[in-house]
Design a protein around this ligand. Structure first.
Ligand code: ZN
Length: 112
């Protein structure tokens, strides 16, 4: 089965958006938990673990926002006809790399 780059990017974007939604939902849930807990107990015995869970989810959300932005950037390049060209050195990006990372905008050498 062969899919076009455009399809790849659309698919990738859908996945990234769904993952971002998951992270946002977990954050909302955690926020709710925190509020309940502060009401119940000022000493907040689980405060530490909740906080570390909070930073983990915030990090996750940021990672997924970045992923989404990278995919959008790749899609924009695609529309401009710059797809598959390294944004640093101007050389073609290896098809295998694009397959593994549809949002890649640099060749493997420049990514290092
Ligand atoms: Zn390059």
């Amino acid at each position: 089965m062969t899919t076009s780059r455009a399809d790849d990017l659309v698919q990738r974007r859908r996945e990234a958006a769904a993952q971002l939604e998951d992270a946002m939902r977990e954050l909302a849930e955690l926020r709710r938990l925190r509020e309940v807990q502060y009401d119940d107990d000022e000493h907040d015995p689980d405060g530490v673990s909740l906080s570390s869970e909070w930073s983990r989810l915030e990090g996750l959300k940021q990672t997924r926002l970045d992923a989404l932005a990278a995919i959008d950037a790749a899609a924009a390049r695609f529309e401009r006809g710059e797809d598959g060209i390294c944004s640093v050195c101007g050389q073609p990006i290896a098809p295998a790399r694009l397959e593994a990372r549809p949002e890649a905008t640099t060749c493997i050498r420049c990514a290092r």
